[in-house]
Design a protein around this ligand. Structure first.
Ligand SMILES: *[C@@H]1O[C@H](CO)[C@@H](O)[C@H](O)[C@H]1NC(C)=O
Ligand SMILES: *[C@@H]1O[C@H](CO)[C@@H](O)[C@H](O)[C@H]1NC(C)=O
Ligand SMILES: *[C@@H]1O[C@H](CO)[C@@H](O)[C@H](O)[C@H]1NC(C)=O
Ligand SMILES: *[C@@H]1O[C@H](CO)[C@@H](O)[C@H](O)[C@H]1NC(C)=O
Ligand SMILES: *[C@@H]1O[C@H](CO)[C@@H](O)[C@H](O)[C@H]1NC(C)=O
Ligand SMILES: *[C@@H]1O[C@H](CO)[C@@H](O)[C@H](O)[C@H]1NC(C)=O
Length: 244
């Protein structure tokens, strides 16, 4: 009797301490430390419908030569508990939207090493997204990622330093979660940080910046303020001359 109890106890302990891994839906599914299932799929017959019944927290679909068909499949199947979606190393060329309506708890999406050439038009509300090493060239794509923790390195972004959007990115990037924007000036160049690439061209136009400040003043302050401002400037100039 006592021996039997020990066996039961041992059996229970192995169940608790060893992570259980089983093959289901064409994927290896394991329980993570906090008890939530995690699927790792590397096969040609991944069953999305079947996966949706596993209450997954993490779904890894990396390295399966998948194209955008997978996105519509995922977007039409309920994944109520899913928080992390890994679609890296596939052949996805198009993402029509950042809204994955079937995944209300989605926290991170990894789209690294795909063939994306542009971002959707809607602002990204997924807290974390990795779109590194794709084929993104237009820096306007970055605007929709402005409020997200996004990794964008390894894309052939072209620095269009005279574009208003790029200027805005240049001046505000440090305030956004979007860090380390890199772009190329000429076709053959390696990507370099936007802050150094557009530095010369944007800072050179200091005079036009001064012009725009004066225009701003004229537009938004009344003429009395402007009068005192001009008097102040003349005063300073006269004072400087006197000191000389
Ligand atoms: C995506 O891949 C599937 C299976 O390989 C193929 O049948 C389908 O035509 C592809 N779709 C697109 C849009 O390339
Ligand atoms: C998912 O479907 C919804 C509505 O059916 C659509 O608005 C959204 O753009 C789709 N998302 C993706 C990533 O395709
Ligand atoms: C996304 O996937 C790539 C390739 O699998 C990996 O190297 C990278 O670390 C992942 N990104 C994050 C943020 O985990
Ligand atoms: C990247 O996109 C450009 C057009 O924007 C295309 O000419 C090129 O072949 C693409 N590269 C890859 C690796 O798909
Ligand atoms: C700087 O000013 C020149 C001449 O006004 C203009 O052609 C150029 O696009 C401007 N560059 C930037 C970065 O604003
Ligand atoms: C750069 O931006 C300017 C202003 O938005 C636009 O007119 C021009 O076509 C852009 N150039 C390229 C190469 O995208």
């Amino acid at each position: 009797m006592e021996m039997k109890n020990i066996y039961v106890l041992l059996g229970f302990l192995t169940l608790v301490s060893c992570p259980t891994i089983y093959f289901e839906c064409g994927c290896f599914i394991s329980e993570s430390i906090n008890g939530f299932p995690k699927a790792n799929c590397k096969s040609s017959d991944i069953d999305i419908k079947c996966l949706s019944h596993q209450e997954l927290e993490t779904l890894g679909l990396s390295g399966n030569r998948l194209n955008e068909t997978i996105l519509s499949k995922l977007n039409s199947t309920e994944f109520e508990k899913l928080e992390h979606l890994d679609l890296s190393n596939n052949m996805i060329t198009r993402l029509s939207s950042f809204k994955f309506n079937t995944m209300p708890r989605l926290q991170s999406v990894n789209l690294s090493h795909n063939l994306l050439t542009e971002m959707p038009d809607d602002p990204c509300r997924i807290p974390f997204i990795d779109v590194s090493h794709n084929n993104l060239t237009d820096m306007h794509s970055l605007v929709v990622l402005f409020r997200t923790n996004a990794i964008t390195k390894g894309n052939p972004f072209l620095c269009n330093c005279s574009s208003p959007t790029v200027k805005r990115l240049y001046t505000t990037a440090s305030h956004s979660k979007l860090k380390n924007i890199e772009c190329i000036l000429h076709d053959s160049d390696q990507p370099k940080p936007l802050s150094t690439q557009c530095h010369k061209e944007i800072e050179q136009n200091q005079t036009s910046l001064l012009e725009s400040i004066i225009l701003y003043c004229i537009q938004y302050f009344n003429s009395i303020t402007l009068f005192f401002l001009i008097m102040f400037v003349i005063g300073v100039v006269l004072l400087c001359k006197k000191i000389k």
